[in-house]
Design a protein around this ligand. Structure first.
Ligand code: PEP
Ligand code: MG
Length: 582
């Protein structure tokens, strides 16, 4: 049995060991034949029955999701029901049966191909995301027309790790959670509905592996490492033993560390460190609070935009209000949408920009789509009356973008005032520092904003010119590169001179191995997901600022990234053997 290792994007964390099961979904063959005049009514009845059955199935899934997760998650399926009720599909199908006298499968296939083609050509990432909804519905309709027994992940009878080309949201939602240990898909990115559901269901998942299904056979043994973004196929006995103990250690550690939840995040010498939360969806807010964050340093609002094509102001307001009220009076920093880059990954490869990370992303996208931006700002500002809201702009490159964005905010405030809609007057406006130009210019930008949050995920990518999702250059993507430490040191120094609040919200803020470095560099507010919040707090409570500064000084005296990394690794694993032993 050949041993292999593949890597992908962590959609949902965790480690699982089990047998592979390749899920093919429905394999549709579309029958194509002409019908006689006498058969027209029969064909229309077949269509109606299939539509009814499909609706019932989707409503059942929706109910299941609402019961086990939340009504927001169940809403994902409302768009499926809308597709089924869309006259552009059903009435058109009936008309075509009457006039063209072709069988219903053939007609439905043409209609959905046409719809997919038209969505495909729209230069709008949200609308293009609807393609997966349309093909999901199309497959269900054809299956119900032909009475094909759909291979369903609800019917899993034994524990498996699912491998698939891609999974639809309904595949994921109905997955038998007693037996679905984890899943691995060839396609997809962090922002797909499927990834969102996986996190909410706490099913470890690796997506975007490209070659996952072609590397595996049914029954192969597999380790899904949702900590490092790897899948080990036919691992050695030693690897299995080491991962079993890794899993157990993680569980024990988690249990032990959870006792820290209500203890303050203070260093030995009493320096208080802010632990803030990063969330993507309102559903995550309870978990993040339970782990000990009492405010939100980064609400990645673009994830709200994935449920519906373009959520209206009221829908957005509802999403923001929930989080803002929940954390009130503590602040919630809502970042305006950051689409582009890897966030169109999986939607439609043809429409990716040539250099998507350098393209029309984040604030550039918002400025270029002002209507959308205005709707979002109206919803955010209106949510400010329910608690303590801060607005943050992603990927600021140059001062002019701040001026433009702030002008739009002023215009939005004026309109809200005219309409008599209340909002808090002094909502702080901040920016992400994630582009080197902003990091180098932070003293100037600071004159015009109220706070900064450092996005190292992008700052590392742009400073080192290394794609943050590129497998082939992953070896270069290293936060412990001398250039990064120098840049971060200069950022904390300059930010302190401006007197504006500073936090850091890139992934390194939530990785305990970097906590000492960040404290030593001068960061006092760390914004992170819940995954390693306890561990980060554990490190904070075991160190003094002086020893963190000494570590940074030592690291900055090292010239090469590899030497710096290896010195740091030895230092940190020796100091915290229990945290980094597996
Ligand atoms: C970052 O770039 O560090 C960041 C927090 O933003 P995102 O990961 O959403 O790009
Ligand atoms: Mg970023």
């Amino acid at each position: 049995m050949a041993q292999k290792e593949i890597s992908g994007i962590i959609a949902s964390p965790g480690i699982r060991i089990g047998k592979a099961y390749i899920y093919k979904g429905v394999n549709i063959v579309i029958p194509k034949y002409k019908i006689s005049k006498e058969e027209i009514n029969f064909e229309k009845t077949r269509l109606q029955n299939a539509v009814n059955k499909t609706k019932q199935e989707i409503m059942a899934i929706q109910q299941q999701v609402a019961n086990s997760l939340s009504s927001d998650m169940a809403d994902i399926f409302s768009s499926h029901l809308m597709v089924l009720e869309d006259p552009a599909i059903i009435t058109k199908a009936i008309d075509s049966i009457n006039s063209e006298m072709r069988n219903v499968e053939w007609i439905l296939n043409d209609i959905s191909l046409e719809l997919i083609k038209s969505l495909d050509s729209i230069d709008d990432v949200y609308l293009r995301e609807r393609i997966i909804d349309i093909s999901d519905i199309h497959k269900r309709l054809i299956k119900n027309l032909q009475k094909i027994e759909h291979e369903s992940l609800a019917d899993l009878k034994e524990d498996v790790i699912i491998f698939a080309e891609d999974l639809t949201p309904s595949d994921t939602a109905v997955m038998n959670r007693d037996h679905a240990l984890a899943f691995v898909t060839n396609k997809g990115g962090r922002t797909s509905h499927t990834a969102i559901l996986a996190r909410a269901l706490e099913i470890p998942a690796i997506v975007g592996t490209i070659k996952g299904t072609s590397s595996i056979k049914n029954g192969d043994s597999v380790i899904v490492d949702g900590v490092r973004g790897k899948v080990l196929i036919n691992p050695s006995n030693e690897e299995v033993i080491s991962y079993i103990s890794h899993q157990q250690d993680l569980l024990l550690l988690e249990r032990e560390l959870s006792k820290l939840t209500h203890l303050p995040a203070k260093t030995i010498n009493d320096v208080e460190i802010g632990i803030l939360g990063n969330i993507e969806l309102p559903e995550e807010m309870a978990v993040i609070k339970d782990h000990g964050a009492d405010s939100i340093g980064l609400f990645r609002s673009e994830f709200l935009f994935l449920d519906k094509s373009l959520p209206d102001e009221e829908t957005q307001l509802e999403g923001y209000r929930k989080v803002v009220e929940y954390f009130s009076p503590q602040p919630v920093t809502i970042r305006t949408i950051d689409v582009g880059g890897d966030k169109i990954f999986g939607a439609n490869e043809d429409y990716r920009e040539r250099n998507p990370f350098l393209g029309c992303r984040a604030i550039r996208f918002s400025i270029a789509n002002e209507n959308l931006f205005v709707t979002q700002l109206r919803a955010i500002l209106r949510s400010s009356v329910y608690g303590n809201v801060k607005i943050m702009f992603p990927m600021i490159t140059t001062l002019d973008e701040i001026f433009i964005a702030k002008d739009i905010i002023e215009q939005v405030k004026y309109e809200l005032q005219q309409e008599g809609l209340p909002f808090a007057e002094n909502v702080p406006i901040g920016i992400m520092i994630e582009v080197p130009s902003a990091a180098l210019n932070i003293d100037v930008l600071g004159k015009y904003v109220d706070f900064f949050s450092i996005g190292t995920n992008d700052l590392v990518q742009y400073t080192l010119a290394v794609d943050r999702i590129g497998e082939k250059v992953a070896y270069l993507y290293n936060p412990l590169d001398p250039a990064i430490l120098r840049l971060l040191k200069s950022v904390t120094r300059q930010a302190a001179i401006t007197g504006k609040d500073l936090s850091i919200c890139g992934e390194i803020a939530g990785e305990p191995r970097y906590t000492m470095v960040l404290l030593g560099l001068g960061f006092r507010n760390l914004s992170m997901s819940s995954a390693y919040m306890y561990q980060v707090k554990r490190v904070i409570r075991s160190v003094t600022i002086e020893e963190c500064e000494a570590l940074v000084e030592k690291l900055m005296s090292i010239e090469s990234a590899s030497e710096m990394t290896s010195y740091h690794e030895t230092f940190i694993t020796t100091k915290f053997p229990f945290l980094f032993s597996c």
